[in-house]
Structure formats: C-alpha cells, structure tokens
Design a protein. Structure first.
Length: 403
C-alpha cells in the first residue's frame, strides 16, 4: 500500500487558483496511472492524497522500485494553461502482512509512513515499521495532553539572564517555555514545540507566554529600577506573527503593564523572515511603531542569504549556540562568530551570543567585543522565584562586581 501526498499543493491552490490545482491533480493521476501495472489500483483518497495498491510484489524493495518510478514521472514539469508547475510528492509504504486484519489498518500505517517521509524533507518516501506506530501513538497522546495543559495551567515560563559583556551587568531575560507534565515531569521545549507548531495551539500558547513574560517584566522593573530598564525577550512563532491583531494586542499589553519602549523584544528566526517576506516587513513596521524590539534568533543557521538584513533594520542578531559551543575546538566556528559580531556592529545591530558555557568561550567573545551573551556560565534559565536573588546579585555588578 502506497500513501501518496503532494508536497506544497496548498501553495499551488493559493497562488494559481483552484482551477489550476484541480487540473494539476488530474494530470498527476494520469502520470501515476502510466507507471502502474495491470492489476495495481490507484484511488484518490481526498485532497491531494492518492492511495496505490500494488499486487504481487516481493517486499519493500519492489515497492521502492515502483516509488522511484513514480517520483521520476513527477519530476517533469507540468504545463497548465499558461503556467508551468513543478511538483514533488511524499510517499509512505506499508507492506501487507498477517498482522493486518482490515484494510483501514494498512492505510493508516502507510499514512503514518507518509508523514515520516514528509517530515524528513519533501520528495521522498518512508517504509512503515512498528516503531513509527508507537511514535505516532505517543505523539497523539502528547497532543491530547497539550490541549489540556493550557486549561490546567501546566505551562511555566523560565527566564534566562542576558548579560552585558563589558560591565557584567544583567540586561535582560529570555523567556523560555517549560511544560510541567503531570506524569512525565518537566518537559523541555525541544520535545514539544514542534508538535505545538503543528496544531493551532501555537497561537494561544504563544500569547500566554508573551503576556506572562510582560507582566513578570513589569514586576521586576518596579522592584529593580535600573537604567536602562531590564528587558524581556520572547520567542515568537511565524504563525503568531501573522495574526492580524498582533501589533494592536501587543500595544494594549505594553500599555497595561506600563513597560517602557524597547523593553519588550520579540525573537524571530531567519526562516520566518525569509518565508513570508512581504508580510513580515509590514508586521515589523507596526511592531517598531509601538516600541517592540526585533531580534533575529539562531542567526547563521537558517538561510545563507543575508539580503533580508538590508530591507529592515533589526535591533539584534543572536549568534546560534552551535557556533559558540564549538569555538574552542573549531577555528571555523570562531571565525563565524567574529564575522557575525563585526556584521552586527557595522550594520548598527546589537549582537547576543547564545549558549556560553565555558570561561574560554567567554574570553574569546570578550576579545571579539561581543556586546551581550547568555548561557549556563552566567545562569541556566531560572524559575521566577529564583530570579529575585539573581537580580540582586546582578545589580551588585553595578558597583564593581563582574561575572
Ligand atoms: Mg531564542
């Protein structure tokens, strides 16, 4: 059983219209048919999904042979009216065995394999194995749990200090989401953010973090008046970024919390900026108007194109931890870090090094005049209860103590 799903079909419908999308499906069905043998069955399952039953095959190798032929047939351009369309597909393969009782079960497993193929990059295939089913079940349970987590207030925000390198002073915090799962304990974002992004929970959870962090910042600014005032960085997903009322809702929040301009910072990745450039540029301008700073997160790991830096003046670049953590071992990493710091300084952006864990890394960053840094060497992300003590120690740095 092959489960066949076109990549980025929605993109075709959205950009060229549904009539072109429909015609594309027809042409693809014809191409698929031409690759099959008498006795094989092709069916459209819905949307851009097709199911193919291959009869009389000898295990996965034969199925993969057919899949290669299908991918090959798809690789040629398709002409529709005046448009030229290139398309690829992700294909899941499930091999029939005695373990299956119903046809639904084998379609389900081919579907699971197709998702695996899609997640490992487009235009590829995956053969189902039982670990994928276990993984899919776990994912399903996590998703159900996630939906309940907001209502049950199981999320927590932790705060990682960001330090000014020249003075050792505390400048800001990065707000980081944690999930206090009732049976699995504290879950780190890497283990559930991907799932959150796939569900529509990404918007309510994103707002919950922003509101929580902004209120917390307001409290700390009142308790610890510093000059410049403490700031707060919050990571935002592309999906949140493109909700219509984002700037308006942020403006109300900033007003309610009475946080000064420039103290709330949003971290977005290069990928978000590059994937939706026009939308981003108008959203960015609105955010700039209400005094929200914009930081590029994980800089250097997304796209190699730097042209987007010309089109909008971001406030800061955050050097990805993968460069910082290998600085001591790799000359290349060190050179990249230094180049990013110079780039930031030339373009008038601050630079923040992430993931600083050793004294050697700190010394190197100091020698390169890196303006700001965060990482375990200064502090791990802290529960809000632990932050007061940290801030008191941090403000002591004003009077000469350096980290
Ligand atoms: Mg970040």
């Amino acid at each position: 059983m092959l489960f066949f799903d076109l990549d980025r079909f929605k993109h075709v419908n959205d950009s060229l219209g549904h009539a072109v999308g429909d015609e594309l499906l027809c042409q693809i069905a014809l191409r698929l048919t031409s690759c099959l043998r008498p006795g094989d069955t092709l069916a459209r399952l819905g949307g851009d999904e097709f199911g193919i039953v291959l009869n009389d095959i000898d295990g996965p190798t034969d199925a993969i042979y057919v899949v290669d032929r299908l991918q090959e047939a798809l690789s040629d351009k398709i002409e529709i009216e005046t448009h030229t369309v290139y398309t690829t597909a992700s294909i899941g393969i499930a091999i029939c065995s005695d373990l299956y009782n119903t046809s639904d079960e084998i379609v389900r497993d081919a579907d699971i394999a197709m998702y695996r193929a899609k997640n490992s990059g487009h235009a590829t295939y995956a053969v189902f194995d039982t670990s994928m089913h276990d993984q899919a079940m776990l994912q399903h349970r996590m998703e159900t749990d996630l939906r309940r987590a907001l209502e049950r207030a199981e999320f927590e925000v932790y705060y990682q200090p960001i330090i000014e390198m020249s003075s050792g002073r505390l400048q800001a915090f990065e707000a980081l989401l944690r999930w206090q799962h009732p049976s699995r304990g504290l879950i780190m974002p890497d283990d559930f953010i991907g799932l959150v992004e796939e569900t529509n929970l990404v918007v309510p959870i994103g707002w919950w973090v922003i509101e929580r962090a902004a209120n917390q910042l307001a409290t700390w600014q009142r308790l610890f008046p510093l000059n410049p005032p403490l700031a707060m960085s919050v990571n935002v997903s592309g999906k949140l970024f493109f909700t219509d009322d984002m700037a308006k809702r942020l403006a109300v929040l900033i007003e309610d919390c009475r946080i000064p301009r420039g103290s709330l910072r949003l971290e977005i990745t290069e990928r978000v900026v590059m994937d939706h450039e026009d939308l981003v540029l108008s959203a960015l301008a609105d955010l700039r108007d209400i005094g929200v700073e914009l930081h590029i997160d994980d800089f250097g790991t997304g796209y190699s194109s730097l042209s987007y830096l010309q089109r909008f003046k971001y406030d800061s670049l955050k050097i990805d931890r993968s460069f910082v953590s290998t600085m001591s071992q790799k000359v290349d990493s060190s050179a990249i870090v230094e180049a990013i710091i110079k780039l930031g300084s030339t373009l008038g952006m601050k630079v923040i090094a992430e993931g600083v864990e050793t004294q050697d890394q700190l010394n190197r960053l100091r020698a390169m005049n890196c303006p700001e840094a965060q990482g375990f060497l200064f502090s791990e992300p802290l529960h809000h209860d632990a932050v007061n003590a940290f801030i008191q120690a941090g403000t002591a740095a004003d009077t000469g103590k350096t980290l």
